[in-house]
Design a protein around this ligand. Sequence first.
Ligand code: ZN
Length: 241
Amino acid sequence: MRYGFISDIHGNLEALTAILDDLQDRELDEIVCLGDIVGYGPDPNACVELVQTRARYVVLGNHDSAAIGKTTLEHFNLYARQAIEWTREVMNSDAYAYLSSLPLKIIIDAMTLVHATLQHPEEWNYLFNTQDAVENFKQLRTQMGYIGHSHVPVAFCKENQRHWTVWDQHISIYPNIRYIINVGSVGQPRDADPRACYGIYDSEKAEFNIVRVPYEIKKVQEKMQKAGLPGYLIHRLFSGR
Ligand code: ZN
């Protein structure tokens, strides 16, 4: 099986479309979405509709949860909060109903899917480093965990009592090692590479790869400007920070 992993789309339709086109060419078996379809970007409804039609497995992200009023805005910074308030105003009832139906965690085959962390996915904490990963591995009941949330692609690995972190675009999957893999962000990368990011897991080849796809950043920025979304969110798309 070959799975395409998309996460943190954040209402960026141009980035999502570019990635879905790239995925189509590769003829993958399933598309998995790790949450945050909305928030920050100018096209929440179109992004929800596309994910709903294209992705087989989808979990809820913190921005999705905030957009439907399930998570309060107190832990959001000012810009994120303004974008969520805007998203709430423009979101249609179909998108609202779909986001409301999403689970926090899905287990398929050897994979656990969550947006934030494995131990408390509903608390929206971050998994940034090897130390954070130690606690998360205790809650991982499958060989692999797939996450988003930080917008930075990275893989945390564990073999017996040894933990380490891999920043490569290519990761070999060995049967005796367990993995928690962050697949990066489609619509708002923060690893200094502004191109849209997604991941592919190939179970036959036993490998995971990060893929980068350029898209029309300027077009999204113009839409954000028109929508009156915060300038900080508009500019950061160019730097990928
Ligand atoms: Zn996000």
